[in-house]
Design a protein around this ligand. Structure first.
Ligand code: UDP
Length: 323
């Protein structure tokens, strides 16, 4: 298939592009490179520099390329930042996405795979989080993604757009070529590994008084290649659907730091800090629906293997993509 990947120069997008190409698909990456990196785009993919907020740019790119499907990774994705700058989140995650959908309709592109998030749920009534639980986000990031899920449902109903929305839990890990390099790094695993690399003196733990066994937040870390595989399966889906995507296991911040110590062999000093605004205490996925309906099976089920792959990449590219 010919796949148009919006946000294909970012962390998750770049690895999906690599897997799509490995599986024999033709790929066009569309990215404004504000968060992504040109060198994170696989050489085998075509690249179009453009901005989803400019309707004519995205509309023109879709008309010219006429793909079979679009994957939409382009978004702002930091919980903490969204609590300070909600406007950026609603603009980039809702308005820009609508430009993409309208461009798809105009160009006759029938299918979308959308990067949604467990942050659409907020603190859940029960764990693990399945698709039947109510969605009550507690930060503008989660709210913006939930709004776009609702937009998708209406575009499906009114225009016949076929979509699969994948609600990621915490993406982590790397392939040999591509990994996690944000210009402003807020995510736990890369920050811990930067300490192991000697680039930062210590890692900060945001909150040690949560109602969890060790007082720190629990997340479901899923390997990026397992996420990417779910996207490939979603290309074949016969019906529109929303799927939660995680391993079903949870690790606390302290457990992640301990695993990074074991994998890297470095001490990794920590500093305990107050809670970060907008963080739910515990997010763990129930992914039975995507296993049942699309036949998805995660191949990396333990945190150690996920962190090993990230550590390999960070050692090989200590300055990330260098831009
Ligand atoms: N976290 C932390 N120190 C850091 C970065 C993150 O304690 O330097 C915590 C954060 O508060 C959250 C968990 O680690 O409880 C995962 O955060 P991350 O930003 O990686 O992903 P999120 O769950 O926010 O998408």
């Amino acid at each position: 298939m010919k796949i148009f990947v919006a946000g294909g120069a970012g962390y998750i997008g770049s690895i999906c592009v690599e897997l799509l190409l490995d599986e024999g698909h033709e790929v066009i990456v569309f990215d404004n490179l504000t968060e992504g990196h040109r060198s994170a785009v696989d050489e085998r993919a075509a690249f179009i520099g453009g901005d989803l907020l400019r309707r004519e740019e995205i509309g023109g790119a879709l008309r010219e390329t006429r793909p079979d499907a679009v994957m939409h990774f382009a978004a702002s994705a930091l919980v903490g930042e969204s609590m300070e700058n909600p406007s950026k989140y609603f603009r980039n995650n809702v308005c820009a996405g609508i430009n993409l959908l309208d461009g798809m309709l105009a160009a006759g592109v029938p299918r979308l795979v959308f990067s949604s998030t467990c942050a659409t749920f907020g603190p859940p009534e029960r764990i693990p989080i399945d698709e039947t639980l109510p969605q009550r986000p507690i930060n503008p990031y989660g709210e913006s993604k939930l709004i776009f899920e609702k937009v998708l449902r209406w575009y499906g109903e009114i225009h016949g757009l076929l979509f699969v929305a994948l609600r990621y839990f915490n993406a982590a890990g790397a392939t040999d070529k591509f990994g996690e390099d944000h210009r402003c790094e807020t995510h736990l695993i890369p920050n811990v590994l930067k300490v192991a690399l000697g680039q930062k003196p210590q890692v900060e733990i945001y909150g040690t008084d949560y109602e969890t066994p060790d007082g720190t937040c629990i997340r479901d870390y899923i390997h990026i290649l397992d996420l990417a595989r779910a996207h490939i399966l979603a290309l074949e889906a016969e019906q529109s659907a929303f799927y939660n995507l995680g391993t079903g296991g949870g690790s606390s911040v302290r457990e992640v730091i301990d695993a990074c110590r074991r994998v890297s062999g470095h001490e990794i000093p920590v500093m305990e800090k107050p809670r970060r605004a907008g963080d739910p205490p515990r997010l763990i996925a129930a992914s039975e629906k995507i296993k049942r309906e699309l036949g998805w099976r995660p191949q990396f089920e333990n945190l150690h293997a996920i962190i090993e792959s990230a550590w390999r990449w960070h050692q090989q590219f200590p300055s990330g993509y260098g831009d």
